[in-house]
Design a protein around this ligand. Structure first.
Ligand SMILES: [Zn+2]
Length: 275
């Protein structure tokens, strides 16, 4: 049994970038914990922050039920996360208590300050989790957990490198249902802020899920397209070429460095010796 800790900035990031793997992990008996560093209380155009936070906590709880993970939402206000010493020490304690084999988080160069500082905080906590005299009240870890970054399309200072790509087609339906739980985001805020306007969002639940798949399908297909070479190397040419939805990860230099065998034990579908 592996322990996987996914640390996102907002109460939907873990689901978007690792929801498929989370379903695969929980199905094979691994323990998956999602943490949202912020409470998501700025992710709306008309909802009051306190009411929005309450909604988002409930949405995350529902999504956690779909993916069979635990979901913890910390109290930092959305848009206001800073890489302070206090926040670093808090994260060191949390990581030690959960003692994960693998941590997933955003890459450090990302458009959103909360994503950037979530990544900074994880990187600042890495290694320090093994130092006994830092936060001595919580026992330190013997080993630095493996850290991998979630997929993105930013290119400066370096484009995403797919060290691992996982075929999530078998659980894509569950990932869609998890995203569907985040009503305040996909059907309200993101429709307003990013695409394609709120006026065309259906009100009926089944229609809305179809609308979500039509509207966000192209975005969720990008990791597979972008990381096709890694998928082919992992699954073989026929299988790898046919994957529609994938999740991909870049190993961080600041976490433990896994060998091939450990990597294949950590991530689903990574049989050692696949062509
Ligand atoms: Zn986010």
């Amino acid at each position: 049994m592996k322990k996987i800790l996914v640390i996102g900035a907002h109460p939907d990031d873990c689901d978007i970038y690792a929801g498929g793997c989370a379903a695969l992990w929980s199905d094979r008996g691994d323990q998956v914990s999602f943490i949202s560093m912020t409470n998501g209380n700025a992710g709306h155009h008309r909802e009051a922050p306190d009411k929005l936070e309450k909604r988002r906590r409930e949405e995350a709880k529902r999504a956690a039920g779909v993916l069979k993970v635990s979901y913890e939402i910390l109290g930092h206000d959305d848009g206001c996360l800073v890489p302070s010493l206090e926040n670093r020490l808090d994260l060191i304690r949390r990581v030690r208590k959960s003692a994960p084999d693998l941590i997933l988080t955003h890459r450090p160069n990302d458009y959103h300050p909360d994503h950037r500082y979530t990544s900074t905080l994880v990187q600042d906590a890495a290694y320090m989790v093994t130092v006994p005299l830092v936060c001595p009240e919580v026992p330190h870890l013997e080993n630095n957990p493996v850290i991998a970054y979630l997929f993105d399309e930013f290119t400066r200072p370096a484009p995403f490198r797919a060290d691992v790509a996982v075929d999530i087609d078998s659980v894509a339906e569950r990932k869609w249902r998890a995203l569907d739980c985040h009503e305040s985001q996909f059907y309200e805020w993101l429709a307003y802020n990013m695409r394609p306007g709120t006026e065309n969002v259906p009100t009926e639940a089944g229609e809305r899920l179809l609308w979500l798949q039509n509207t966000w399908g192209e975005i969720l297909e990008r990791p597979a397209e972008s990381c096709r070479q890694r998928l082919v190397e992992t699954y073989g040419s026929a299988h790898g070429a046919g994957v529609t939805f994938a999740e991909a990860f870049e190993l961080s230099e600041f976490g433990g460095q896994p060998g091939k065998e450990e990597l294949s034990a950590l991530f689903p579908g990574q049989a050692p010796g696949a062509d």
